[in-house]
Design a protein around this ligand. Sequence first.
Ligand code: CAA
Length: 381
Amino acid sequence: MDFTLSDVQELTRTMVREFAERELAPIAAEIDQNHRFPIETLPKLAENNLFGIPFPEEWGGAGLDYVSYAIAIEEISRVCATTSIIVETHTSLALEAIFNYGSDEQKRDYVADLASGRKLASFALTEPMAGTDAAMQESTAILKDGEYILNGSKVFITDGNYSDVFVVFAKTNPDPALGTRGISAFIVEAGLPGFTAGEGERKMGLRAANTSTLMFSDVRLPADALLGKEGEGFKIAMSVLDAGRVGIAAQAVGIAQGALDAAVKYAKERVQFGKPIGNLQAIQWMLADMSTDLEAARLLTYKAAHLQDLGKRFSVEAAHAKLFAGQMASRVAGMAIQIHGGNGFTESYPVERAYRDAKITEIYEGTNEVQRMVISRALLR
Ligand code: CAA
């Protein structure tokens, strides 16, 4: 594996960093403090081709590789993790599912609009009783007279109040003997009769991101809303989540980089005992440990993204990357607060937001424990 980045990958970092500093940094603290969804950012993300980074240009994407995509998520997250989750769930989960499993017609109908950012998409798997145990789907989509009738509810759906298109999982055959093979995936458009979204959750971190409940009451879906084959839904969800986990690892790396950058700046400016605290070995060692931890997570993340670029199976590498990077981000953000002392505990410095935002990277798109299940099952198989 080549450990140097290509010119295109370096350029992606430069361009996305400039975009994030220019467009996201000025509002990142305000939208977080007000729990305000940054609706005005969506057209800017679209103009900068950030909604379909790893998809071909002929489909409206930027035509870049998955390592470049990871770098872009990292750079957005370094400044505003709320914005990165909007891009990440749209790209790595919803668009990835439609691009990889959609029929030619479905791809024609949705991919260009989504990859170009004209429309926003969500991924709707989680239910009140199907969180970590994603197979316990209670939503049903029963075929009747040529239509699927969708009933049930979803929780914690990113962008649920703002998306135009949803990839929704439901049981097409509730026979318990079928297990995960009774689950199918569907493309569901917002605004269909019987489809409603609840209010956004108030959260500890990613406070400006929209996370809502979806309700389906006798929603009539045309037969061609089925994504992939009947019974293939669980595999679609799992394979797409492999991609998503690399995206969340990149998000964790970006959050940690933002926290480390803030800690370095503070260590140079803050004077105690007559000199900047960066002159103290206690602070120097913390910074060195943070940087080492971060670099290890970044390499695991790029390795998983690189395998994705090669078209190889990367489930275990995605789990390694997400497990390590999520925990690393929590550790690094915690140390960044420690370096800031009391100031770090206030909203006047960005590290308290990084600390709150980091936690969810250990939870969503599969908890740390799920990543350990994926890794240990592969070891013991
Ligand atoms: N790719 C393709 N197929 C896969 C796969 C993968 N990565 N992982 C599993 N499968 C297949 C298996 O091969 C198996 O197929 P067969 O029936 O043909 O043998 C089938 O799927 C069932 O697999 P398991 O037996 O491993 O399933 P399980 O019920 O034991 O579940 C689990 C395993 C890993 C715990 C899984 O339920 C899981 O990943 N849970 C976490 C769910 C999750 O990540 N949710 C995130 C929600 S989305 C979100 O957070 C988005 C957001 O808004 C931020």
